[in-house]
Design a protein around this ligand. Structure first.
Ligand SMILES: [Ca+2]
Ligand SMILES: [Ca+2]
Length: 319
C-alpha cells in the first residue's frame, strides 16, 4: 500500500467526519532571555520593500545559498521560476515561500529573512524547509548570511518582521497523519533575534503540544461469504475494534483494500464513536469478486490517529 494511497483515503475519510484532534512534533530549541534589541529606528529609515517584490528580486538573482543549507544543490546556484510554485524543469528547485525585510543586527540597513524549501521537480512536496537571512547592498544584490534554521518536522506558514528587530515565524505541525482535517491545523508564533551570526529564539514555545487523540486498534477480523450474482460474492466482516487512546473517538469507518479493488466500502455508514477503553465488534459488508484471495481491512476515525499501524489487518479470503 503506497503512502500516497493511504493519504488519499485519509482525506476522503476526514472529509466525512467531524474531527477535533491534532498532532505535533517538537524541535529541540529552547528559548532564553532576550538579547539587547537593535535600534527600532533602523528599519524606519525607508519604507520596507514589499515581500512580493522581494520574492521576485531574490528569485531572479538566485544568490548562492549558505553552505549549511540542506538543498542538494548547496554550494551552487538555485533554479527558480520566479514564483512561489515549484520550479519547472528537471532537478532540485529552491522555492521561496516567504520573505520579509527586517533588521537583524541593529545597524542602519535592513536584512532579508527568507523561508525557503527544496523541491524536487515533479514531486511537488517540499522535502527540506529552512529559514535563512540575506544582506542586500546598495545595488540591491543579495548575499546569504551563513546561518540556517531548519524547520522540520514542523513547517513555517508566515514570516514577519519583529518590531524591535529580528523576525517572527509562525510554525505549524506537519499534517501527514491519516485522518487529519483542517481542524487539526494549529499554529504557534516564535520570535527570533540575530545573535553572533545565528538566529536565537527569544519568545514563543518550542513545540506545538499534542492534543489527546483516540487510538483505534483492530484486534480481530472474521468473515463469512455468500454467493452473489455473477462473479461477485457478498462478504460480511466482523471487525473487533478497541479505542486505546485517552479520548473518545469520532465515528469509525471500515474500508477494504484488495488486489483488484482499492478502498471499497469506505462510503458505508460510519459506526458510532468509541469510548476510551471500549471494545466493540463492528459489522461491515462488501461485495468482492469471489476469487479474491485476500483483503486488507482498514479502520479510520476523525482526527489524526497517532498510531496508525494498528488500524488494519490482512485477512485471507480463500476457502
Ligand atoms: Ca541590519
Ligand atoms: Ca491506531
Amino acid at each position: 500500500m503506497s503512502r500516497k494511497l493511504l493519504l488519499g483515503l485519509a482525506v476522503m475519510v476526514a472529509a466525512s467526519l467531524a474531527a477535533c484532534t491534532a498532532s505535533g512534533k517538537s524541535p529541540a530549541k529552547t528559548p532564553s532571555s532576550e538579547s539587547p534589541a537593535p535600534s527600532p529606528n533602523a528599519t524606519a529609515l525607508r519604507p520596507p520593500t514589499d515581500p512580493q517584490v522581494l520574492i521576485v528580486e531574490l528569485g531572479k538573482q538566485a544568490p548562492q545559498l549558505p553552505s549549511k543549507a540542506p538543498c542538494p544543490v548547496k554550494g551552487g546556484k538555485w533554479r527558480y521560476n520566479g514564483g512561489p510554485e515549484p520550479g519547472e524543469g528537471p532537478g532540485i528547485h529552491v522555492n521561496i515561500n516567504h520573505v520579509v525585510e527586517t533588521n537583524l543586527d541593529g545597524d542602519a540597513v535592513p536584512e532579508i529573512v527568507a523561508h525557503l524549501s527544496c523541491i524536487e521537480s515533479g514531486f511537488g512536496h517540499p522535502f527540506d524547509e529552512f529559514v535563512t537571512a540575506f544582506e542586500r547592498d546598495a545595488s540591491g544584490a543579495f548575499t546569504a548570511l551563513d546561518a540556517v534554521m531548519l524547520v522540520q518536522p514542523e513547517s513555517v506558514v508566515a514570516v514577519a518582521a519583529r518590531p524591535s528587530g529580528g523576525v517572527v515565524l509562525t510554525f505549524t505541525h506537519d499534517r501527514t497523519g491519516p485522518g487529519y482535517d483542517d481542524s487539526d491545523l494549529r499554529t504557534q508564533k516564535r520570535e527570533f533575534v540575530w545573535e553572533a551570526g545565528a538566529f536565537r529564539q527569544v519568545t514563543g514555545g518550542t513545540s506545538i503540544p499534542l492534543l489527546p487523540r483516540a487510538d483505534l486498534a483492530m484486534t480481530k477480523v472474521t468473515h463469512t461469504r455468500t454467493p452473489g450474482n455473477g462473479d461477485n460474492c457478498s462478504f460480511t466482516f466482523t471487525v473487533t475494534m478497541s479505542n486505546k487512546g485517552p479520548v473518545m473517538s469520532g465515528p469509525v469507518l471500515i474500508a477494504f483494500w484488495t488486489e483488484t479493488t482499492a478502498y471499497t466500502g469506505v462510503n458505508q455508514d460510519a459506526h458510532p464513536p468509541m469510548a476510551v477503553g471500549q471494545t466493540a465488534d463492528i459489522q461491515a459488508k462488501v461485495d468482492l469478486p469471489c476469487s479474491t484471495a485476500k483483503a486488507t481491512v482498514f479502520s479510520f476515525t476523525g482526527g489524526a490517529d497517532p498510531k496508525f499501524d494498528n488500524n488494519s489487518k490482512s485477512v485471507s479470503l480463500s476457502g
